[in-house]
Design a protein around this ligand. Structure first.
Ligand code: UDP
Ligand code: MG
Length: 325
């Protein structure tokens, strides 16, 4: 039975924190950029106001009165960027979702390239920065962070990639199952898997207003990224303990050997005390590492992540079950 071609729905999620001077321009630009495709896709725009203290909410209310494709969600206070996007993902209803910053740093026209890749069959299309127009400080700290994160993390988190990306409905459904409180969405998306690809873009300057990520929030965010996807820091405790114990053991053998076999060589009395102290210190650190391993397991258990995600089930002559309904 031939099925009618249905218009696929594409939703945009915009987290908003004090962006009153950017909202109009942002909406106008996404509207212009998506207009040529309006026949092909059903576009909608979900603005999540993350407890803004300026006139953002009023601007958004105005916008929703003018444009019926706009939905505005007002959070009860400032919960932070990652939570704002999470709220958007929980509430959105579309076949594909584009997540973008609202300060014009993520150029809206790139969204079209993301959609093109989605049409090619990718479930996650992330926009990877070829260049960025931020302060030297931001570039250096961000560079260091991604280097460190890739060294530490158990999943492959692409570098130079923020939350600007398109995710298919399947991925949104999976993401909703992840309810951990300290959220590092781009890590979760990598962790979840599915078919992922990148589109390169040049990141612009913030159009107006100031960053909602001061150093304090950036450090916290970095900690969420590293701690959420790695138990390497805990493993380092154990390694350190072994190293110290081993070295002091070598010391003990040396001092004892000298005492027994070459009593004429003077070994000061404190050498015994010193080595014994380091040895015990080493043992203690190993024990901390043992505690750490249990804490690590407890941590991943309380994160309560789904154990796996299913991309498709094939039965019979190799057709995905979803396509045979
Ligand atoms: N944002 C948010 N809540 C916050 C901080 C930021 O929703 O507590 C939004 C902000 O409005 C923007 C996006 O998250 O759309 C990225 O923030 P920002 O541009 O301030 O970060 P930067 O680009 O400086 O890293
Ligand atoms: Mg920004």
């Amino acid at each position: 039975m031939p099925t009618e071609p249905i218009t696929r729905r594409v939703a945009f999620i915009f987290p908003i924190y004090n962006e009153e001077e950017n909202i109009d321009l942002l909406h106008r630009t996404v509207d212009e950029v998506t207009a040529p495709l309006a026949g092909k896709y059903d576009f909608s725009f979900l603005y999540v106001d993350d407890g803004s203290r300026d006139g953002s909410l009023a601007k958004l209310t105005e916008l929703s009165a003018r444009d019926e494709r706009v939905t505005v969600v007002e959070l009860s206070r400032n919960f932070g960027h990652q939570m704002a996007v999470t709220a958007g993902l929980d509430l959105v209803d579309a076949d594909a979702v584009v997540i973008m910053d609202s300060d014009m740093q993520d150029p809206p026209r790139v969204a079209l390239e993301l959609i093109e890749k989605w049409e090619e069959g990718f479930d996650v299309v992330y926009a990877q920065r070829r260049s960025r127009q931020d302060s030297a400080f931001k570039k250096i700290t961000a560079g260091g962070f991604y280097w460190f994160l890739r060294k530490m993390a158990a999943v492959d988190i692409p570098k130079n990639t923020g939350d600007f990306r398109l995710v298919d409905r399947k991925v949104v459904d999976e993401l909703r199952k992840y309810r951990e409180r300290d959220r590092f969405l781009r890590g979760l998306v990598s962790y979840i898997g599915f078919k992922q690809t990148a589109v390169l873009f040049d990141r612009d300057k913030r159009h107006a207003g100031v960053t909602g990520y001061p150093l304090r929030k950036m450090l916290r965010f970095a900690a969420d990224g590293i701690l959420g996807f790695s138990v390497t820091p805990l493993k380092m405790i154990t390694r350190m303990g072994y190293l110290i114990s081993f070295l002091s053991f070598v010391g003990i053998v040396y001092v004892g050997g000298v005492k027994l076999f070459a009593p004429e060589t003077a070994v000061p009395g404190w050498a015994f005390l010193g080595i014994a102290m380091f040895f015990l210190g080493g043992i203690q650190i190993i024990m901390l590492g043992v505690l750490g391993s249990y804490i690590g397991r407890t941590y991943s258990q309380v994160q309560n992540r789904p154990l796996y995600g299913v991309a498709s089930v094939r039965t019979g002559p190799g057709t995905p079950a979803e396509a045979r309904e």
